[in-house]
Design a protein around this ligand. Sequence first.
Ligand code: PMP
Length: 286
Amino acid sequence: MSQNETVYLNGNYTQKEKAKLSVLDRGFLFGDGVYELIPVYNQHIFYIENHIKRLKNSLDLIHINPSIIEDIKIIDIIKELIIKNNYVNHYIYIHISRGVDEARNHIYTKSCKPTVLIMGENYTPFSKQDIQKGKHAITENDYRWLRSNIKSTSLLANVLIKNKAYNEAAYEALLIRDGYLTEGSASNVFIVNDNVIKTPLLSNKLLPGITRKFLTDLIKKHNLEFSECEISEKDLFDSDEIFCSSSTNPVVPITKLDNMIVSEEAGPISMKMYDYTQDFIKEFYS
Ligand code: PMP
């Protein structure tokens, strides 16, 4: 299926295998671009306003004019891809690079026209049994740059760190900068302590995850105790529960951290958040 899928590239709808980019595209040469991943549930685009807002912010932070979103009518393109590919439950990537330049040069030409690629990707989220069992995570020094609030395609550090976790049979690496938790290599992190759900404050050190925002909305709706605060490495290891959030798997309980067992299986609040998420998706996207 995936090779014959229709993707959007720079104004054209084309087959995924036929979509081609220039070797002078700055996305390829420098990782000079940003992206967005948006879930589609039952043909509906999830939290679209929040995703578009973050994409515009990422573009703005790397000095690409965010008006491109409206100029090329990105939401209409996503809807068109859902119809053309008959996506029911799927994930849509929007990749925008600074574009093809005249030569390979760090300094970009102001007239560079951004490259826009929009394509689907199929992931199978974890089953409820997997979620209930929980996953293993490792901790790692957060050696990434200090602009991690930009959803940039320059993901080398995240790629290396996620692969380190994978090679240690772990789902995720939780990142520690100067003694404090920032996020995961590809997710945000929540902990639970004495029934209070906590997550690190937004800053330049972590991505403002849309699932983080969604879960925060759910926590407030269900009147659970919640705090956005600094979480030290010690707090992390002392927590009763830990879970990671991302668009592909909104709530992933971590039951083992490095060599420490957090809990035998997913804790009650993590499972509550998982169930609330599934219920919300069923209610609003069916
Ligand atoms: N942090 C990082 C570094 C990520 O790559 C991601 C997305 N995979 C997230 C957090 C979670 O963001 P979202 O909930 O928007 O998918």
